[in-house]
Design a protein around this ligand. Sequence first.
Ligand code: HEC
Ligand code: HEC
Ligand code: HEC
Ligand code: HEC
Ligand code: HEC
Length: 190
Amino acid sequence: MVKLFGNVVTFLLGAAVMAAAAFVLPERKAEVAQPIAFNHKKHVEAGWECVNCHPYVEEQPFAGLPTAQDCVDCHRSEMPKYPDNKKMREITEQLEQLIAEGRDIPWVKVHRVADHVYFSHRRHVAIGKLDCKECHGDVANMTEPFTRHAFPLPSFPKEFAYDESVRKMEWCRSCHMEKGVTVDCAACHR
Ligand code: HEC
Ligand code: HEC
Ligand code: HEC
Ligand code: HEC
Ligand code: HEC
């Protein structure tokens, strides 16, 4: 009897540990490598705003990323203020070389939704007045480029085996429900 009881306790403990682990284990997300060690923190501290480099974020569905020409244009006009910044000079010369070869920086886009989903930055940022942080984390303090998305997706116990696509949808839907915004399938799936 005591033995049986012990086994049951061991089993229950094991199940509890597994259930807890399902919640606390770090999520496995695919990582990508970016072509340049871009430092958001340095640029934000130098006084630039998100919209200076993601120029469409208030007016279009997409935010946009800076091209090599954008980096060079700003660096060429700012460099006199940073005479000791060797890294800034070097990267500018490398980028000019890239442009001369007719190429651009091959950034890997990490924040995205499938083509069957409609998402608009203008709607969320300009009209909904949401902070970038709500969806992309503390970008202003990042010293390394993005290697994975930072969407704060909900986690579910492993047993549910939900894939990332379902978790993304639940993330959108739960904020919409909280803020009284539509959760009509056709609003997002057009
Ligand atoms: C709107 C202006 C602006 C744009 C656009 C810009 N930069 Fe900069 N960048 C700066 C300034 C200003 C500094 C110097 C910051 C400092 O030293 O505090 C800098 C510094 C750097 C440095 C040196 C960082 C270090 O560790 O000292 C790198 C590398 C760099 N930028 C890469 C890029 C790349 C790549 C792009 C384009 C994708 C880019 N920058 C676009 C203004 C800009
Ligand atoms: C000086 C230019 C510059 C400024 C200012 C800037 N960014 Fe960026 N941002 C970049 C570059 C270059 C990349 C691509 C490299 C990387 O991932 O860091 C990027 C990438 C991103 C991405 C990931 C894009 C993807 O692949 O999905 C997000 C999100 C983002 N920035 C948000 C912000 C926010 C929020 C701010 C303001 C707090 C900001 N950025 C300010 C240049 C800038
Ligand atoms: C409500 C959530 C939300 C907010 C707020 C938000 N984003 Fe995004 N962001 C997304 C989603 C979702 C995507 C992927 C969109 C897609 O694939 O069409 C994305 C993609 C991006 C990208 C990738 C490149 C591109 O052209 O879209 C950048 C850069 C970016 N966001 C920057 C910003 C900045 C800067 C802000 C604040 C001014 C911001 N975002 C606010 C959810 C958000
Ligand atoms: C607030 C926005 C939103 C609403 C409302 C919404 N969805 Fe989604 N849905 C998404 C997003 C985001 C994804 C993930 C796309 C991705 O993988 O990038 C998704 C994914 C899906 C998928 C694909 C799942 C998979 O495994 O690939 C289906 C099917 C789906 N939604 C059906 C529905 C139905 C049915 C409704 C209405 C009951 C609905 N959605 C409402 C945003 C929404
Ligand atoms: C942090 C909260 C939040 C998140 C996360 C969020 N949204 Fe929204 N969304 C809003 C708010 C607030 C509005 C209403 C803005 C307005 O019009 O005032 C909105 C509006 C919309 C609309 C327009 C709805 C209509 O009435 O036609 C669509 C489409 C949409 N969101 C899609 C998405 C998708 C897709 C995602 C996930 C990838 C998402 N949203 C994630 C807060 C959010």
